[in-house]
Design a binder for this molecule. Structure first.
Ligand code: SF4
Length: 349
């Protein structure tokens, strides 16, 4: 989603007369598109500040601009380091906010801005923005706000236009694609949208991210299995294999329900490549509860996994819980799952 946001930001910067610089020290404007989802991403921006300070001393014209998924607390921390902190949803007003133009563009919805695609073959197309799910560890409902879906007409017209320009892989993006409902026609939910994209003529494949296991419908499985252009690849975030931890995460499914869903998907699409997301060291996660995650992870034999160590994001419910798994223990749990993945890949080579 951040790539897609950056592509729209590039369009706006270009309308202001900016062109890409080949080196940082040649730039008159540096835009950082932040992500507050993990503490480590915010720490990386802090790490860049000394270098930016030197650049600013050398180039008095240099503007430092921060945008992206930012929690209030992170935004506050950066106030003195950046010249501007701008919301991505205010993109149409950036020229005005940056003092380049008095007039506002008149565009109200930032998703209406035509993006400057960084890759013409693999194109990321948002179908919604924000999230209503409030998983307790996640900053997205606070940084991106509540769910707002894009009209299916806008999505289809963007897909048609990129296909015409040679795109071969389309990624439909949403924080939970399964919550999608077109504001232009409430009968068009995610499975139907996928079918409509699949019906667009052309030689391309469709991927999407992320689907929530809680509302992964039979209809979606059927459409994935029957539509030729939909890739047999799926990232299905599991997060934990322990029911108590899933409950504490506000993930409304059990380990058994997740397992049943995976089985149904594999039965319908036998050659599907499955990946998952797991958080280790969530507050209160005992060794036994981690073992439950490990057991399910091994049993489901994922092709790929994205394993994160829990880091509290201020303002979320999980940040109020006791972060009682030590960094060393989080690293141990993280290593155990990653070793399984590494062994799997080395056997494949
Ligand atoms: S569904 Fe995804 S984006 Fe939404 S709150 Fe949960 S983890 Fe965050």
């Amino acid at each position: 989603m951040n790539i897609s946001d950056s592509e729209r930001a590039i369009t706006i910067l270009e309308t202001m007369g900016y062109k890409p610089a080949s080196k940082q020290n040649e730039a008159d404007l540096i835009l950082i598109n932040a992500c507050s989802v993990r503490g480590s991403a915010i720490d990386r921006i802090h790490g860049m500040m000394p270098a930016f300070k030197i650049l600013k001393e050398k180039n008095k014209k240099l503007k430092l601009v921060l945008t992206g998924c930012l929690l209030k607390v992170d935004r506050k921390k950066f106030e003195e380091n950046f010249d501007y902190i701008l919301d991505i949803k205010d993109l149409p007003r950036w020229p005005h906010l940056l003092g380049i133009r008095n007039q506002e563009s008149g565009i109200r919805d930032y998703l209406k801005i035509k993006p400057k695609y960084t890759d013409e073959k693999i194109v990321y197309i948002p179908i919604s923005n924000g999230c209503d799910n409030f998983c307790t560890y996640c900053a997205v409902p606070y940084t991106r706000d509540r769910l707002k879906c894009r009209s299916h007409k806008d999505v289809l017209s963007e897909v048609k236009s990129v296909i015409k320009n040679g795109a071969r892989e389309i990624w439909l993006l949403g924080q939970n694609v399964n919550d999608y409902k077109s504001p232009a026609d409430s009968s068009i939910k995610f499975p139907k949208l996928l079918k409509l994209v699949n019906n667009i003529p052309g030689d391309f494949i469709i991927k999407f991210t992320s689907p929530h296991p809680k509302n992964f419908s039979k209809e979606l499985i059927k459409i994935m299995a029957s539509c030729k252009k939909i890739a047999h690849y799926l990232n299905l975030p599991m997060q934990s294999g322990d029911n108590k931890i899933l409950k504490a995460m506000n993930r409304p499914y059990t380990a058994q329900q997740y397992k049943t869903l995976v089985k149904k998907i594999r039965r319908a699409i036998p050659d599907i490549k499955l990946s998952t997301d797991v958080i280790v060291g969530f507050p209160g996660e005992t060794k036994k509860q981690f073992e439950n995650t490990l057991k399910l992870f091994k049993e489901l034999n994922f092709d790929m996994g994205y394993i994160a160590r829990f880091s509290p994001r201020p303002g979320t419910l999980a940040a109020k819980m006791k972060d009682d798994v030590s960094p060393k223990e989080k690293a141990r749990r993280w290593n155990i799952i990653n070793t399984i993945l590494l062994k799997k890949w080395s056997r494949r080579k």
